[in-house]
Design a protein around this ligand. Structure first.
Ligand code: ZN
Length: 319
């Protein structure tokens, strides 16, 4: 008689998603479901972040080490792929952190580190909006603007693993200086903080319901507030979202003309908080792209919300 097989976790992977405000670690099964997850606030001192990551992984590893295939990590910045070194992560204040080496030494497991936006794209590809889609790209608008490109089921990385940096395409020839050193970058005009900055500038000269919503405390302005004002037909909110959408739409439409994808996923904190912004961007994209690329083009929001970063990071071990 054949013995029944025990329910096994043989192919589970640890995913770690390092964000500027939270770090999450999870044990992710092959089907993308989460077995366990832990989340903590990101320490403000960059030197303490590694210890925090160790603590999270230790928590996941308790009793389960023999089942783990490896550790995948998504980091919010530039990652050197072959060494797994985080070259620069502005939100963590990290420079040249040899993350892969540190984790491999400590846990003797295979470790793979990549950019967090790319991890989110992998999760959408495997389990989300882009399931069964071979040619698509993602644009995530949040504190910055990041992207990921999938061509024929392969991630486009470029020669220095820095492909798809849509946030740093020049969208305004004589625009202001971006953190990257260039002038007129998309991110420097249409990221969440830049949208809020523009609202505050507009409020100096215009009447708006936004001031009432935040009780004149301008530090409380966020994208939710702008969305709410937009729904109430507020002129400042309409102008601000239209302006951001114009720039994002122009950037995305240019990329569509280059790549001719089947789908574009528009996500990130700003788009999540403003369905109106999503709709205006979509309209602008369809006004701008070549007719021939419109016929099979879908512009959608991401399908996965919770754990998208950790699920995506866990997929690095397979890819
Ligand atoms: Zn830039």
């Amino acid at each position: 008689m054949e013995k029944s097989k025990p329910i096994s976790l043989t192919k589970a992977t640890i995913g770690v998603d390092i964000g500027g405000t939270k770090i999450e670690s999870a044990l992710v099964r092959l089907d993308g479901s989460i077995a366990t997850s832990i989340k903590i606030n990101t320490p403000s001192n960059p030197n303490n972040i590694i210890q925090a990551i160790y603590a999270l992984i230790d928590g996941i590893l308790l009793e389960r080490k023999e089942f783990i295939k490896g550790i995948g990590v998504g980091a919010p910045g530039q990652v050197e792929l072959h060494t797994g070194k985080v070259i620069y992560a502005p939100n963590l204040n990290w420079h040249n952190v040899p993350l892969k080496e540190l984790l491999q030494k400590k846990y003797s497991l295979s470790v793979f580190v990549d950019n967090d936006v790319r991890c989110a794209m992998l999760a959408e590809y495997k389990f989300g909006a882009a399931k069964n889609i071979s040619n698509f790209f993602c644009v995530f608008v949040g504190t910055g603007i990041g992207g990921g490109i999938m061509i024929k089921d392969k991630v486009l990385r470029g020669i220095t693993n820095s492909a798809a940096e849509i946030g740093h395409i020049t969208i305004e020839k004589d625009g202001s200086k971006c953190n990257c050193g260039n002038y007129g970058c998309l991110e420097n005009i249409a990221s969440g903080p830049k949208i809020i900055e523009y609202v505050i500038e507009m409020l100096k000269k215009n009447r708006s319901i936004i001031k009432d919503i935040v009780n004149n405390d301008l530090s409380k302005i966020n994208i939710d507030v702008i969305q709410k004002a937009f729904e109430l037909n507020d002129k400042v909110a309409i102008e601000v979202l239209k302006r951001a959408a114009d720039y994002i739409g122009a950037g995305v439409a240019s990329l569509i003309n280059i790549l001719n994808p089947e789908m574009v996923i528009l996500g990130g904190g700003v788009i999540d908080a403003s369905p109106s912004l999503f709709e205006i961007i979509k309209k602008i994209i369809f006004e701008r792209v070549l007719n021939i690329s419109k016929s099979n083009l879908k512009i959608v929001v991401p399908k996965l919300r919770e754990h998208v970063g950790t699920i995506g990071a866990s997929l690095l071990i397979e890819s």
